[in-house]
Design a protein around this ligand. Sequence first.
Ligand SMILES: Cc1ncc(COP(=O)(O)O)c(C=O)c1O
Length: 433
Amino acid sequence: MNPMAEQWNDKIKAGNEHVYDMLSGLGREIYFPKEGILSQSAEATAHAKTYNATIGIATENGGPMHLNVIQDKLSAYNPKDLYGYAPPAGKPELRAAWREKMIRENPSLENKAFGNPIATNALTHGLSIVADLFADAGDAVVYPDKNWENYELTFGIRRGATIVNYELFTADMKFNADAFRNALFAQKEAGKAIVPLNFPNNPTGYTPSVEEGNQIISVLLEAAEAGINLVVVTDDAYFGLFFEDSLHESLFGKLADLHPRILPIKIDGATKEEFVWGFRVGFITFASDNADILSGLEQKTMGIIRATISSGPHPSQTFVLEALKASEFEAQKHEKFVIMKGRANKVKDLLNSGKYEGVWTYYPFNSGYFMCLKLNEGIPAEQLRQHLLREYGVGTIALGETDLRIAFSCIAEENLEDLFDLVYKGAKEVQGS
Ligand SMILES: Cc1ncc(COP(=O)(O)O)c(C=O)c1O
């Protein structure tokens, strides 16, 4: 093993041996080269006052060489903030701004020990870093039956982890703490589980109540006390879009410092929160009260980034940073929040109006971009999806036998009634066929 990897492993082990035990084989092997090109370049940037002949970019007139066909369209930005490589862990100013935002929006994080957010190529990349660092073949990844399908590829296919699903809801549509507990305790012998928590949830649009959130935390604590090492990953993709009286914070805050066998990791980013899906700016943040563990995990994360994408997109990081710093940022975000909340409320009013009886119920939703219908028996979701598409030009997502996901995020409020009328009409037709 590389001596640098070994050195960080020793420090992590000395800080908390459970965290060391959680690392995958790759997680143990990976390191960020200290004496490589990047660190020599960084040293030269600080000290080479005559000529800096280290960096793998082209320069001209004291800045990065660039083409005016690009710069003319991006003229609001300084070339130095666009063209050169962003550091592998992201622009330092952006990382600091995101950390500050995180604390502002999650008061439970104040006084908690957690690292500096490391920039990723958006949330999928953050999740895949978690998979690389912590998932080995056969490790259990425990998440609900209502989930974002990409977890399967990220953890299952790519890393060979075993997917363990539990029922998200009880029969009366509350968080199914018993199912969650059973799924975790089934890993007692293995002694390890990776636990993605995604609220607001894709596909249901569900965020737990404060009480349900506490239940989740106490189940995790119980499992840790029983000797199971838990890599708990809050996938906060839709953070902030809380339309009702649910948790309005990430569970990451309550997970930090909870138990030595729990390693909390926050995956979040600008993608959905700031409506910049194609920018690819996200973050991975570790919580630990041990500085060596935070540094070791940061080094290993940078190692994975260096080995896969080398560094994230510089222009996007600049765009997001400038937005975060802008005085109009909060007001503009709030404007969009009000639109999204208006759509969510409208959908709920429609569904509760008594207009659509006998074809569906719906899963609890109070946040995010989506809601999910649970179709009655005799209305197969995929059949309805195809029928709606063919007969009415309406696109929806079929999930499993019974569920139809509807993204109210992309339908104007005034069109929602027409949309649901059509889905209802289609459901009646499939039911009668
Ligand atoms: C729950 C969840 N996590 C992560 C992502 C991925 O986000 P990104 O586009 O930033 O990779 C999505 C995107 O649909 C999502 O729904």
